[in-house]
Every structure is written in C-alpha cells, then in structure tokens.
Write a protein that binds this ligand. Structure first.
Ligand code: TLP
Length: 345
C-alpha cells in the first residue's frame, strides 16, 4: 500500500463514522427537516462561537457562498496573495461573485494589518468599494502556517474601523487552534464569518461548515441553493461531521507531531524544509537540482505520494492514516533517492 501524504483530504471515515451514517435519522434538508443536519449545524455554531451555521458540500463551496453573500459584483476583496480563495478556486470569486481581488503578500501567510489598512479604498468616484477581507488560518501555501489570535485581532481591528466584514477560510482552523493551544472560538471571535472543513484532518468523508450571524447564514442558505447545494436526505453525510467536530479535533496534535518528525528527518538529510507549525511540510528540491514533479515520480515509484507546490517545492501532509513507522519508512526512501541523485549510475 502506498504511503499517501498528498493531502489530509484522503482520510477515510472512522468505523464510528460509518456506523452513524447507516443509522442517521434523515429528512429533506431543503425543507430544513433533516434532524441530523440541524444537529450538526447547531453543534458547529456553538463550537465556533457564532449564532448560526450551514452545512455545505465543500470548502470551496463554503468560501464562495461566503463571498457571494458578503459582496455584489464590482466590489473589491482584500486577501493574501497565495490564499486558497485566490490561488486554488478556479477564479470562482471573479467568475461567480464578479468581485475584484486585491492581493497582499503576507509573512508566512499572514497579512500585516498596516498593509490591509493601506489597501482599503477611500471614497472616490473612480474606485471600487472594499467590501470584504479574507483570511486563511492555517495557511495552506505558507506550509500550514498559523496566524495567532493577536495577528487576527490586529486585522479585525482595522476591519471594524472601516466597517468591512472579515471572512476566514478556516479549512484547517482546528489545526491552528491545537497548535496555538487555544479554543477555536478565540480565533473565530476576530472574524465575522468562517468556513471550516470537516473532510480534511477531521476525517469526515464530505463537507464543510460556514458560520456567522443569523442573517448572514439565512442569506448564505439562499446562495447555497442557487448553486445547487441544497441537498435532501443529507443527514447521512452530516452524521460523521458531528463526530468530526466532537471527537476528532484534539487528535490533530498527532498529525503535527508526525509532520515535525518528518521535517526533522528531512533536515538531517540536508534538505531545505520550511518551518513546520501544523501538519504540512514544504520541502525544497533546488539543492538536488531536480524539479518537484520529477522527484515525485521517483518517490511514487517507491510507494510514497506527495504533491508539487511549486517548480522546486514538494508538499507532504500528515493525517490520521500516517503512522510513526510510515514516517521512518518515508525517510529511508528519501535517503535512498537522494543518494541515487548524488551518484547517478
Ligand atoms: N485544499 C486542497 C487543495 O485544494 C489544494 C488540499 O489538498 O490542501 N481552503 C483551504 C485552505 C484548503 O486547503 C482547501 C483544500 C480548501 C479551502 C477547499 O476545500 P475543498 O477541497 O473541500 O473544496
């Protein structure tokens, strides 16, 4: 069996999740009659410290519904230059919401409050209106980097000053909370709306949550339906989401420990590795003069899967199915591959 470090999205549901799926009580969720979905949304709202929550099919759908709900076309959205919303969502913000993006490079994925403030548009007949600020915590392309509560607060203070709402892409927000040792509500208190993924490290098979105040979620529900995301007896897939939120968050520390072990081992092999804060390890391949794609092919040949993140950057992501033995094995394989590069036959 391959050691799959491509993403934490590959996690399969736990046995308990499969049981609750089979036993879920369901109804038509478009009529709001699915008791399991209603329970998941109530639990999620409480867990995130928001008035209301909505179950959506994916992180991308959650983020896009949030943008559609916050903005009208022609509005401008401030977000980090490498954020998932901007980099990986197929241009959906401009295609669907018709918004214009104003990207700001962050420091390890976190924008500086003063840069955000500078980017906010003043009143001028020539300008679009700044209608939303988007954050991402943990930050995927910055290698699972965490924004602290203080960093989030500093941006939120600016947003409040100009009365601009903040949306947080918290696909891996529980990883951030576990890494910081804070309750997730501490991070959510500095954002108006938030999207969290149930289907990454938390191991549910499908789904995300968006949360915010009651009026926002009511409007988001309308947008979700318009995008074809109004599902019917969806309690079957909401049920594992309840376990994801109530039983799976603390174990993310194990994934972080595996990532730390992997990074430490790779550094011993003289590879350049980005600092590791959560479950993502970014490794540079320039020193071995091989592109990420070429190196990944050889790695796959030895039974290890990862993804390319840049021409010379590989991403490894740890998750529930990755054991300490797997990490030891990956390091042995990496050592062999590096030796082969150093002394080609
Ligand atoms: N990220 C995926 C890929 O799209 C890159 C991954 O394997 O990491 N926000 C963030 C920060 C994400 O990392 C992702 C998924 C999403 C949103 C989108 O979630 P889904 O895949 O459920 O649409």
């Amino acid at each position: 069996m391959k050691i799959d470090l491509r993403s934490d999205t590959v996690t399969k549901p736990t046995e308990a999740m499969i049981r609750v799926m089979a036993e879920a009580e369901v109804g038509d969720d478009v009529y709001r009659e699915d008791p399991t979905v209603n329970r998941l949304e109530n639990i999620a709202a409480e867990r995130l410290g928001k008035e209301a929550a909505l179950f959506v099919t994916s992180g991308t759908q959650g983020n896009q519904v949030a943008v559609l709900t916050h903005c009208v076309n022609g509005d401008e959205v401030i977000l980090e230059a490498d954020s998932h919303l901007f980099y990986y969502e197929g241009g959906a913000m401009s295609a669907l919401a018709g918004v214009q993006t104003r990207t700001i490079p962050g420091v390890r994925g976190t924008m500086r409050a003063k840069d955000v403030e500078k980017a906010i548009r003043g009143k001028n007949i020539h300008f679009p209106r700044t209608k939303l600020i988007c954050l991402e915590n943990t930050h995927n392309r910055a290698g699972g980097a965490v924004s602290t509560v203080e960093q989030m607060k500093s941006i939120y203070d600016v947003a409040q000053k100009y009365q601009i709402p903040v949306h947080l892409d918290g696909a891996r927000l529980f990883n951030a909370a576990v890494a910081l040792g804070v309750d997730v509500t501490a991070l959510c208190s500095y954002t108006d709306t938030v999207q969290i993924c149930l289907s990454k490290g938390l191991s549910a098979p499908v789904g995300s949550i968006i949360a915010g105040d009651r009026d926002f979620i009511e409007e988001a529900r309308w947008w979700r339906k318009k995008l074809g995301g109004g599902l019917r007896q969806v309690g079957y897939i909401a049920a594992p989401g309840i376990l994801a939120l109530t039983q799976m968050t603390e174990r993310l520390a194990e994934d972080h420990e595996r990532a730390r072990q992997l990074a430490e081992g790779l550094r011993k092999l003289s590879l350049q590795v980005e600092p590791v804060e959560t479950n993502i390890v970014l490794v540079h391949t320039e020193s071995i003069r091989e592109s990420a794609v070429d190196f990944l092919k050889r790695l796959e040949g030895k039974g290890v899967l990862a993804v390319d993140f840049d021409e010379y950057v590989i991403r490894f992501t740890t998750h529930r199915h990755i054991t300490e033995e797997n990490i030891t094995r990956v390091l042995e394989i990496m050592e062999d591959l590096l030796e082969a590069v150093a002394s080609p036959r």
